[in-house]
Unconditional design. Sequence first.
Length: 429
Amino acid sequence: MKILVIGSGGREHALAWKLSQSSRVKKIFIAPGNAGTADHGENVPIKADEIEKLKRFALKEGMDLTIVGPELPLSLGIVGAFEGVGLKIFGPSKEAAAIETSKVFSKEFMARHNIPAAGFRKFTDPEEAKSYAGTLEARDIPLVVKADGLAGGKGVFVCNSMDEAFLAINLMMKEKIFGEAGNCVILEEFLTGEEASFIAITDGKTVIPLATTQDHKPIYDGDKGPNTGGMGAYSPAPVVTEEVEEEIMNAIILPAVKAMGDEDRPYKGFLYAGVMIKDGKPKALEFNCRLGDPEAQALLMRLKSDLSRVISAAADGRLDEIELDWDERSSVCVVMASEGYPEGYEKGKEIRGLDGVAGTEDVMVFHAGTKREDGRIITDGGRVLGVTGLGNGIKEAIEKTYRAVEKISWEGAYYRKDIGVKALRKESP
Ligand SMILES: Nc1ncnc2c1ncn2[C@@H]1O[C@H](COP(=O)(O)OP(=O)(O)O)[C@@H](O)[C@H]1O
Ligand SMILES: [Mg+2]
């Protein structure tokens, strides 16, 4: 079969790599892809948000299946556009993607269906938001302020004082730093505990959880500094015990999939719940309508099943025929980023040492912001590589991964040194 993967990050490189292992897959296209995806298929110079062009390309090539990596094309209705012309595509419709693309929809949806989550109020008027915040007490600090739309993972401010909260409200609602997403904001109760990413695949009827995983959002070691797209991940995540997993499925994931169907927004795709776990009790922080990045890299490294078979079945509504098979070993993904990320950074630095890592057993270097130029591979984004390794237990996975990371360099390469440490502490306290 011919498969089109949409996106250009580490997640999409991992998808293309995994798909390429299947004997059923004859050709993979990645739009637009990066220097790494080109090793597993053909990069197509169409951006992920150019829905019409993507559709025409898929029709012309007679694509058997399209897999959408990032949220943007989903939010623009790529699934409806493809299905409207009879093309098979895996991901939620625009209406179903609202579970991620509108924080207001998502919070009200969770409240309507008694999905455990932080308490909140929504505001469309900045003065009302500020006067409400003004009535809060010291124990309501930190206060979480969220813009109502896709803001590239930057639309959430955890405010440590009321002044900070007022500032956040002004920036979002008056200065419109996130544009339209600031028309409505959410003021939300701060939850404490440990965060995990919980991802399931569903065809709208059957729901299968993927292996457990944990992301590392902040830029610096010890979870300090501003949030990023994700600086590393590992799987399994010991904080998600079997009991916690059961609770997340029963209280969050299954009710969400069912309720989306009941609300006439049938959900098909990967469904990702960001959860906060305290004393073994999970609460939902948010939903995402896609695989996480870098969680996907850590997960796909452990997946033994044929991904093309799994996704084809889910796209056809036959997910009940599928069982997922996971490598018992642990995986760790360390993201190497450009100096300055998540703020400004330079591009175009030559990446060295990739050949020294290529072929290392149980290690994969997934590319994100990279491109090929004059036979060299250069940096082309904030997050550049996701070095991912498998090991017997988290300790070995960490060691193997960092050994590979240390062989790769470019001017200004930055990475966290503590990916996986939280899991390690739980394994051998
Ligand atoms: N209610 C909350 N309590 C504590 N931390 C929160 C809360 N909401 C969000 N956060 C923190 O902010 C991060 C980003 O928020 P999230 O709702 O996941 O939005 P997005 O991923 O769209 O930026 C979370 O990963 C979490 O660390
Ligand atoms: Mg999030």
